[in-house]
Ligand binder design. Sequence first.
Ligand code: FE2
Length: 569
Amino acid sequence: MDAVDLSRLIAVARKGKAPFVIRDARVINVFTSEITQTNVAIAGDTIVGVGNLSGETEYNAHGAFLAPGFIDGHVHIESSMVTPASFAQVILPKGTTTIIADPHEIANVAGKEGLRAILALSKNLPLDIRFMLPSCVPSTPFEHSGATLSADDLAAFMDDPAVLGLGEVMDYPSVVAGAPDMLKKLERFYDRPIDGHAPMLTGRALNAYCLAGPRTDHECSNYAELKEKLRNGMVILIRMGSAANGVREMFDGIVADGLPTDRICFCTDDKHLENIRSEGHINHIVNTAISRGIRPLDALKMATIHTANAYGLRRVGAIAPGYRANLILFDDLHTIEPKLVFANGVPVDPDARIPSPPVPDAVRNSVHAAPVGPEDLKLKALPFMPVIETVPHQLVTRLITREVPSDENGFFAARDGLNKLAVIERHHASGHIGLGIVEGMHITGGAIAATVAHDSHNIVVVGDNDGDMLLAIDTLKACGGGFTVVSRGEVKALLELPVAGLMSDAPVPAVIEKQRALLEAAHALGADDACDPLVLLSFLALPVIPEVRLTDCGLFDVTSMSFLYRSER
Ligand SMILES: [Fe+2]
């Protein structure tokens, strides 16, 4: 804000007559935990006063509650499969007006160009988007991603006003071991916010990790873990997105112990559009907290000012002079359903499409895979082979051994509940292909493929016949990435994700409709509801979740951190 703007706002505050006033609201003060029935005056995007002020235009709240807009402390926009503008369109009506995003996914595909693109796509939107720079690209050395980001690469983005600090440091073994590359990144960001990501880390290893710089954690899955990390000076982000392990138990522990909540915030991490629409976003976590006995004002502070404080955001998270006019009106303090949201002082229209900045060419046409033919998908059958067994309702898998069926040439034939799985490197057309066998996906007469395949986002495809698997691969190559379901030589459903193979720039309703069609087509092939087959497929190539995964380098045993077999290409 320049001096002219500031002087104008000071004059408005002094005179008590603002361009816009929300009159007669029960205003929640996050500093004093008071609720006062009064007026809030707004000039442009800024709150200029709370109290006996009048407006050139006024909105009468008729005694509804008025809270600051919610802040999501850690989220991957790419996981919504839409651009930042479309994501804003979905979450703003739920009351989330600021997000702290980690562009880990697009960075794994497109490196620095990916970072530049997501920063450009996030500018000048009604949603306030801040960034933590991805610290672990690639995530692991057991796969090929599209890019590598060094400490110097990340430092080039530090001066962007939207950049806050360093994103989730998930490679905690490197931190605890003092690996030089990791330490270089941590040193560069030592005085900035650094997000941690250290599930179940405890004792001396946790001491070492906290000492190295990470100051938040969103991976707690039980109360004891939450408390130990709080003691170590970490800010805890309680996560409810696709994953919500132990959330209710953590709230119960906080209530039972009367634990201070000023170092506890909320985040979603990954949450699909359809779930946000039906369930809510940060408001869903607030309501869950309240339902477990957290006092409503404490829950609201965890969703606003505590997050702002944790990340050094000085103009959001409260209703007070100088803060952004990001506001939520609602009627019931115990079940918060926003009835009107203001973003930068402007009412949010839940039905209006938010225009997106243009998608940079650098993140289009991101699928560069070497040609894949029938010979490439042949997997030599051995009498007993390691198989990935899926676990209902979970993303973990089990490593099992099976006697597998083979064809007349001695190659694995997908039947008897076993499917073939392939991961095809798609960034540098290297020809790397990992082949494996999966039990529990129940695909018959077709194949499902995706370019959303955490964290390297290669092409992952599962099926019961090579013809459909090849068609699925070629379909995604032709459209620049996405999800597809094919059956008996025909494409049954396709969601194109032309932005880095991760996001769509189509209107939100069209994306949701195509997601529904994909699920329906997957179910028609036999996939059941034990786990969303599209989500499951997206995680089968992530070599950090137990027990066994397939990457473009081969079949990987996560428990022993070693390959069961490597692919020959
Ligand atoms: Fe994350």
